[in-house]
Write a protein that binds this ligand. Sequence first.
Ligand code: BGC
Length: 249
Amino acid sequence: MQIFGLDIGGSGIKGAPVDLERGDLAQERFKVLTPHPATPDGVADGVKQVVEHYGWTGPVGLTFPGVVTDGSTIRTAANVDKSWIDTDARALFSDRLGGLPVTVVNDADAAGVAEMHFGAGRDRRGTVILLTFGTGIGSAVFIDGRLVPNTELGHLELHGHDAEKRASSKAKEDEDLTWEHWAHRVQKYLAHVEMLFSPELFIIGGGVSRKSHKFLPHIQGIKADIVPAQLQNNAGIVGAAMHAAEKDG
Ligand code: BGC
């Protein structure tokens, strides 16, 4: 079965039909830039462009980079326009897509579900934490394979700062940090999360996951295993489609 998966991020809106048996993209993904300011209207236009690129007319699973309750209501908007707060995202997107059935889920939760099923978290019990490093830091916490939805560990306070402002990959770019310097910040962040949750495994997702050889060797002193996401930056798209399939069936 195929469902369309779409990942809304701080820099890009990307999607593709997903093959749910294989847990992989069924076609090459298509991406448009996230508009700035990233208002509901502008983002919905981007979503429409991506879906229309494939002439898709079936169910669409979307991710959103903030807290999503009841599968629809946006509660936070750290890296997109604040006018998203309290928006009924399912109604907005379904309307813009001419009435197609849509579901909406937090981006890191989607990536986590995909990794637990098809990637680095397969068959892992106990506490597993996936962290995505991108424009912000997203988190997905699993206990024996079950998600605790909408955790926001990217906003833990670290040395008086919002952690994602110091350790996201955007912070690395904005401050022009070396991989080693950035890895040092990520290590402090992981040590803090480890102190709070004692997970067995950290899965590192987001765009940096495909460059893990550049920073993972610099991270030391963490007791949990640390591995890169196997679906890399497609985990959100695959997870969004899995979420839609679950709600559909
Ligand atoms: C948001 C999270 C999101 C993460 C990654 C954070 O700023 O609060 O909900 O998962 O960024 O996009």
